[in-house]
Ligand binder design. Structure first.
Ligand SMILES: Cc1ncc(COP(=O)(O)O)c(C=O)c1O
Length: 353
């Protein structure tokens, strides 16, 4: 760091994204991207938008908001578009958390939450998941402070029901609850429908996973008008043109061609069950997942050793050097072909170990 870097950031531990190496072609099962490309309508829409790159994009993203509002059956004023859902989460941490409103989230969850908390100097507490890696909703009904929960949780894949989340939201109407639904399209139930009823609920979703648009960086937040106004205040104080022209066009085409992504979600869910079954046959314990990844461990192979052995064979999975999940690897659910190659490689590694 330079001598000019402010002392208040000196202890910041930045988020470490999953690796994206380009030294050789890898089978990429490490960052929960979709194995499927975006539909042809999206490619055409992006090409058409690129023609007008000399112009700033619509800062409100009205066309996409309109499309999403129809799809989600929500008034347009309840939606905010963001540069990936990470930006929506960052805005929400800025808007709803500080020393007087500390933030609470599970001990095992999306690694960006503690980073946002540190960045904005927000005190945070982490509630341990149960021994079988579940979120116990009662812990969050009792907890003080802003609640942030990924549902399904990452990297476990376990999900809460709508009723369980509603109990948390209802338990203390004076505090905000932020539900991060990055993986909700793979089997869990969304709480977007509860936004009507609760003014302390903000729901965040992304186009990165189920909608095959990780490279476009598009997310959105849904909440009552007052909450969206809060987030807009932060957006217009940081980056009014936060979603670029090509991404807005991609988003509209994605929403208008919903079948494409719904079919892919069905395939991913089938592949997840295939992968889970095969891993169990190979002696793995697999946490039941409602996301597009599984967290799995094998008694004979420490997580890091398995991750490294797979990487040597050109397959990337994710290993977290964190307490409680050090023995596990997280595998993104890819295409059937990718998973078959992964399983073959694991079988060889097991035979050699
Ligand atoms: C739980 C969770 N939330 C949010 C994100 C951010 O996704 P994006 O910024 O690509 O929308 C991720 C990405 O991996 C995630 O795992």
């Amino acid at each position: 760091m330079s001598q000019y870097f402010l002392e208040r950031f000196s202890k910041l531990t930045p988020y470490v994204p999953g690796e994206q190496p380009n030294d050789q072609p890898y089978i990429k099962l490490n960052t929960n991207e979709s194995p499927f490309p975006p539909c042809p309508e999206i490619i055409r829409a992006v090409e058409a938008a690129a023609d007008r790159l000399q112009l700033y994009p619509d800062p409100e993203g009205r066309e996409l908001i309109r499309a999403l509002s129809k799809r989600l059956n929500l008034p347009e004023r309840r939606i905010l578009l963001t540069n990936g859902s990470d930006e929506a989460l960052n805005f929400a941490f800025m808007a709803y958390c500080d020393a007087l409103h500390p933030v609470v989230f599970p001990d095992i969850t999306y690694g960006f939450y503690p980073v946002f908390a540190e960045l904005h100097h927000i005190p945070f507490s982490q509630i341990p998941l149960t021994s079988d890696f579940r979120v116990d909703p009662e812990d969050y009904c009792a907890a003080a402070g802003t609640v942030v929960l990924a549902n399904p949780n990452a990297p476990t894949g376990r999900a809460l029901s709508v009723e369980q989340i509603e109990r948390i939201v209802q338990s203390k109407p004076e505090r905000m609850v932020i539900i991060d639904e990055a993986y909700v399209d793979f089997g869990a139930k969304s709480v977007v429908g509860l936004v009507d009823k609760y003014r302390n609920l903000l729901v965040v979703q992304t186009f990165s996973k189920s909608r095959s648009l990780a490279g476009a960086r598009l997310g959105f937040a849904v909440g009552q008008e007052a909450l969206i106004a809060d987030l807009n205040a932060i957006k217009y104080a940081t980056n009014p043109y936060n979603v670029n022209r090509m991404t807005l066009a991609a988003g509209v085409a994605a929403v208008e061609n919903d079948n494409w992504f719904r079919n892919h979600c069905t395939i991913i869910c089938e592949n997840r069950e295939f992968l889970t079954g095969k891993l169990m046959m190979l002696g793995f314990s697999v946490i039941p997942s409602e996301a597009n990844f599984v967290l799995a461990r094998h008694d004979l192979l420490p997580g890091e050793a398995l991750y490294l052995a797979l990487k040597r064979r050109g397959i990337l999975v994710r290993h977290f050097d964190a307490e409680r999940i050090r023995d596990y690897i997280r595998i993104s659910v890819g295409s059937r072909n990718q998973l078959e190659k992964l399983l073959q490689a694991i079988q060889v590694i097991l035979e050699e170990s």
